[in-house]
Design a protein around this ligand. Structure first.
Ligand SMILES: [Zn+2]
Length: 213
């Protein structure tokens, strides 16, 4: 499976959206950086954005777990990306799950303006539910790459981020101190409910995004 969409020569200035998704520790940011670096080498103008709330590492760089960093601009909202993307040929967005649904329209507009938009983010939250706006971005994207980590329990391909603490709330920032990758069989969602997962997921889609602790 090719890791990167086949970039054909498009007529005129046609843009598109690429989504890189998966669980924590699946290498999403590394893949985003790899694609952006290759564009930089080709002297394309690259701008990188991430939500300001992700303060785990550096304030001004997209930093992956292997410390392979790329300079980025922290933004408070998705709309700011539109204002700051300016004349970029390629727009990278990391930790996209921390933006609200406005990000979908922002990415669409950037692509409509002829830009290559590469979005990386978690596709599921710690309960295993789709993490908006990633599902919506995946639907409108031209290309979707789903990456996997390796299950910390059994070694199978891991699709889930297992939270190791009892903290509640959809957004609890952390890395190996709070999460580990798990496969479908080893994943243990917190406080499993007796209701259907489909019913349980419905209200979450419209519920207000929880604040940071
Ligand atoms: Zn497993």
């Amino acid at each position: 499976m090719p890791m990167e969409p086949l970039i054909l020569r498009h007529g005129g200035s046609v843009g598109w959206i690429e989504v890189i998704c998966g669980s924590m520790f699946s290498g999403k940011t590394e893949e985003l950086i790899r694609r952006l670096r290759r564009a930089q080498i080709a002297r394309q103008r690259v701008e990188v954005f991430k939500p300001r709330m992700d303060r785990r590492y550096s304030e001004t760089a997209v930093v992956s777990h292997d410390e392979n960093a790329l300079r980025s601009t922290p933004v408070d909202s998705a709309e700011q990306i539109l204002l700051l993307a300016g004349s970029a040929d390629v727009v990278g967005i990391d930790e996209a799950q921390f933006f609200d649904m406005t990000l979908v329209d922002v990415c669409q507009q950037l692509a409509n303006d002829g830009k290559r938009v590469i979005v990386a983010g978690l596709d599921q939250d710690y309960t295993g539910r789709p993490f908006e706006p990633m599902p919506q971005l995946m639907a409108v994207a031209e290309y979707v790459t789903k990456l996997h980590a390796i299950c910390a329990v059994c070694g199978a391909p891991a699709n889930h981020s297992q939270r190791l603490t009892n903290e509640e709330g959809r957004v609890v920032l952390g890395a190996a101190d709070r999460y580990e990758p798990r496969c479908r069989r080893c994943f243990r969602p917190p406080r499993p409910t007796s209701t259907s997962p489909l019913k349980a997921a419905a209200p979450a889609a419209t519920a207000p995004r929880p604040e940071l602790p």
